[in-house]
Design a protein around this ligand. Sequence first.
Ligand code: ATR
Length: 273
Amino acid sequence: MKKFAVFGNPIAQSLSPTIHKMFADQVGESISYEKILAPEDGFIDAANVFLAQKDAVGCNVTMPFKLDAFNLAKVDDQAAKDAQAVNTLMKGDNGDVLGYNTDGIGLVNDLLNSGVEIKGKRVLLIGAGGAARGVISPLLEAGAASLTIANRTKAKAEEVANAASNAKVQVVSLADIATVKPHIIINSTAASLNNELPCSLQDGVLDKCDVVYDMVYKNSPTRFMREAATLGVETQIDGLGMLVEQAAEAFYIWTGKRPHTKHVIEYLKKAVE
Ligand code: ATR
């Protein structure tokens, strides 16, 4: 049986085993997929022990180990290089451990599945952590007209924009986001977990906006989504679909088989509610 796992700290809440077992059932693979709680300073040892098992194929990596995974792995994947973060590891043929980042493609696929057009749109990205870095190049590849980063600590947004080094990537102060007139706003911060707004949505910020996306998911719409809805934004999407889509991409890397995601997302939505 092919063995997989997800590493994180905390990890008890992870839906990844459920998602990957549903994918495996769909395509007729027999797998085991466990959650592994690694100590904060012990990811690399724990991952090496797991991957040393004969039947281990690969693993997912979540908070706070994506940078450790990037350092552990051999990284050819451009998305992982851009993000400086790895969420998917796979054993290579000659003992290498290969690193990928599927978060960005997960976000883009979830937006596209939800009927959101990215091509030609002005995207405002709130936050400048690992979650933000990982989605920049996939959004540009999907045809965004511009991608403007705003972050509480502006210097971090500037650092991320410089690393992206693409004329379409700009930085704006949180106080000036209305000047962007964004069509799509993506919240990559964890503010929603504390029921906080990552930025003000007042004073014309939403004039042209028809989609807000929150990478967080909860058992009910986040405050960011609710406020946008109240202020007239047509579409609000949470991060559950992104979670399933990044998993689908990882599953494809590991098995060469592409699972259907729609029913898995619907099932989890009900389960989370
Ligand atoms: P991740 O890897 O998940 O992106 P991170 O690297 O810790 O996590 O980054 C968290 C991001 O969310 C940062 O951009 C942070 O802003 P700062 O750079 O100013 O710290 C942002 N963030 C976290 N909580 C926030 C809040 N309550 N309001 C606005 N931004 C917040």
